[in-house]
Structure formats: C-alpha cells, structure tokens
Design a protein around this ligand. Structure first.
Ligand code: AQP
Length: 345
C-alpha cells in the first residue's frame, strides 16, 4: 500500500530508530534502545519502523564478512527482544536506497559548522580529524535522512544521540524554511527511563559501547550466565554501602550505573530500587544484579542463537521489511526532489 504524501503539519504518528551493526549488541543498546522499541511497538499508538544502519557502521572500518554477520545477528537480536515483523517494519538501511538519496539533499542543507559541533564526531574522529572518513563527519545528515524519509514523528534513542536528534530537527526546519514548505516534521526525541545512559562497567564516566576495546567494560547480549556474573562481580564500584535515595548516588558514577541497570532491567524507578537495596553492600547487591541480568538476558541470547541458525529466515524478514520501508520512503523522496527542483522526479 502506498501512503499519500502529507504536506501539512499533521503527520501520521510514526516511530523510527536504528542500531549500527558495528559489533555485538550491548546491554546499553538493549536498555537504551531496543527494549524501548519493543514497548513502543506494543503500545500500538505509532507505526514502528526499525533499522539496522549498516551505512552508518561503515563510517569507521568494518570487515565485510563481520558486517554481514553483525547485521544478521542484530536482526536476530531485534526479533529475540520482541520486535515482531508483523507489527513493525524491520530492515537494513542499505536495502532502502532512499536513505542515501535523501542524505545527499541534507548534505546540501546542513552546514559544516553544525557537524563540527557534534560531540560524537569529536570523540570518534579523535585528534586526527584529517584522517577520519568524510562519512563519519556527515553521519548526522544521514541520520536525519533515516528519520525524515519516513516523516517519523518520534525517535526513541539513548541520551548519547540527543545532539544528533537536535540536528535532525534543525535540518527539517531549515529545509522547510529554505523551500517555503511545511514538508518535514520536526521530530521529537523520546529519551525516557532509568537506563538511557548505561555506562562502562570499568569506568563510570564512559558510555558502555560495543566498540570499546575492553570486553570487560560491557555486557554483550550474547554473553553466557557465567560471563555476565563475572563481569558484574568485577565491575568497578566504591567502598560505600548503597544509599536509600537517589540523591545519595550523586558523585558516585559507578554505583549509580549499577543501580540504573537494575532499574532498567526490573522496570522499576531508581527510587523504588533504592527503597529495597539501600544500606546493602555491593557484595550483596552485585549477586542480585547478576541474577536479574541473567534472568532477563538469557532468553534473548538463547533465541538469538537459535535464529542465527535460520539465516534464510532472517534474510527473508529483512527483504520483506525493506519492501515495506520503500513503499513509505519512495513517495517522500519523490516529493522532496520535486520541491528541490529536480527534473523528472
Ligand atoms: N551505553 C548506552 N546507554 C544507553 N543507550 C545506548 N545506546 C548505545 N549505547 C548506549 C543507544 O543504542 C542505540 C543504537 O546505538 P548505535 O549502535 O547506533 O550507536 P552508538 O550509540 O554509537 O552505540 P555504541 O554501542 O557506542 O556503538 P559504537 O561503539 O559502534 O559507536 C542508540 O539509540 C543509542 O543511543
């Protein structure tokens, strides 16, 4: 079914979000993104479109075989976590060329200064910016295209993506202003819950990340029960007992991180968790956290492993999702080309 393109401010409530197949899924991706994707799917208030953003992944070097495997593994992760291809559109970004096509238009709308201010660019490019890829610099324009090619109204993300979401809003506003249209929505970020910023288990000031060289810094969704328990046992903490109120977690980044993780996994608020565990030492709290993490993550990793044996099934789901995504994206790209003045659009 082809959607009629809307040019007014009344947009279909639609969620878009993506995850890079740039390595294995982490607990940060799960709590900050995927678990919330499932909640939004189940709420049934929005159409939900979820993507493995492989074009984003190659902004830093990816081994082609590993990228193929990580893309399928991520798809398996989505499904194992509860994304239902009958309810959500699930696909990989490169299979829908409209993303890259709209990104080019947005490369011409966005300003160099906007990109230079992005903290992710500064973090990932490091000191040697001259040697970083042009794609890494332009990453936020592609992300804006990912979202706006579906006229998405809401984007659930972790805290780290907030700045990119603001840039997406700036791109939509500038495009609408420059061309005198009300064509792209000004998308709302959805950054909610106790675990929108899961930190490294080794350093409470650093984000838990799939590309962190230290495997001990993160819980991978494919870790077995023993590995999860070992990583939590070794997680950096301080010598104090846990406080009974969240105010007591100020200036205690590692303690706050473990409590946030517990809250995210259990579906409680931080204050509810602290009401139960306040006064406990980490020697008592860490085994509780391990038990909860294993109980929540083991069914997902088991299902992921099973699905990874069904590669044809995964590829079928991705192809079907890409077809559905293109039905939404193609008319929006066509209209964009018309607005911009491309002949033959
Ligand atoms: N530590 C985290 N806490 C909360 N949310 C997180 N997300 C990632 N890490 C955390 C959220 O997961 C979604 C997908 O992220 P991504 O894979 O596209 O890119 P990323 O944010 O750069 O994640 P990584 O793990 O750090 O990947 P690499 O190491 O490849 O850069 C986003 O919604 C993100 O907020």
């Amino acid at each position: 079914m082809t959607e009629a393109v809307q040019t007014s401010s009344t947009f279909t409530p639609r969620v878009f979000s993506g995850i890079q197949p740039s390595g294995g899924l982490t607990l940060g991706n799960y709590l900050g993104a995927m678990k919330r994707f499932v909640d939004m799917q189940e709420a049934g208030t929005h159409e939900t479109v979820y993507c493995m953003v492989d074009l984003h992944a190659i902004t830093v070097w990816q081994d082609p075989d590993k990228l193929r495997r990580a893309t399928r593994e991520l798809c398996a992760g989505f499904i194992a976590a509860g994304i239902d291809p009958a309810k959500s559109i699930l696909f990989n970004q490169s299979a829908v060329p409209e993303h890259a096509q709209l990104a080019w238009i947005f490369n011409c709308v966005a300003r160099m200064g906007w990109m230079q201010r992005m903290t992710q660019w500064k973090d990932k490019a490091g000191k040697n910016t001259q040697n970083a890829s042009l794609g890494l610099f332009a990453y936020p324009a592609l992300m804006a295209a990912d979202i706006l090619i579906y006229h998405a109204t809401h984007v659930p993300v972790g805290e780290d993506q907030k700045q990119h979401l603001e840039l997406t809003r700036d791109v939509a506003i500038k495009f609408n202003h420059d061309y005198g249209v009300d064509f792209f929505p000004v998308t709302e970020p959805v950054i909610e819950g106790a675990a929108t910023r899961v930190m490294s288990l080794r350093d409470g000031s650093k984000k838990m990340s799939k590309s962190d060289p230290s495997d001990a810094s993160r819980i991978n969704m494919t870790d077995d029960a023993d590995t999860i328990a070992k990583k939590i046992r070794k997680a950096k903490t301080d010598p104090e007992a846990l406080p009974s109120e969240s105010k007591g977690l100020e200036d205690r980044p590692e303690a706050r991180n473990l409590v946030n993780i517990y809250a995210g996994l259990s579906g409680q608020t931080v204050d509810q968790v602290l009401a139960d565990v306040g006064g406990k030492q980490f020697s008592e709290f860490k085994p509780m956290l391990s038990e909860l993490a294993v109980a929540k993550l083991a069914p997902i990793s088991t299902e992921m492993a099973r699905l990874m044996q069904e590669q044809d099934e995964i590829d079928k789901i991705l192809a079907q999702g890409a077809g559905q995504a293109r039905e939404l994206a193609a008319p929006i790209l066509k209209k964009t080309y018309e607005i911009v003045g491309m002949v033959g659009a």
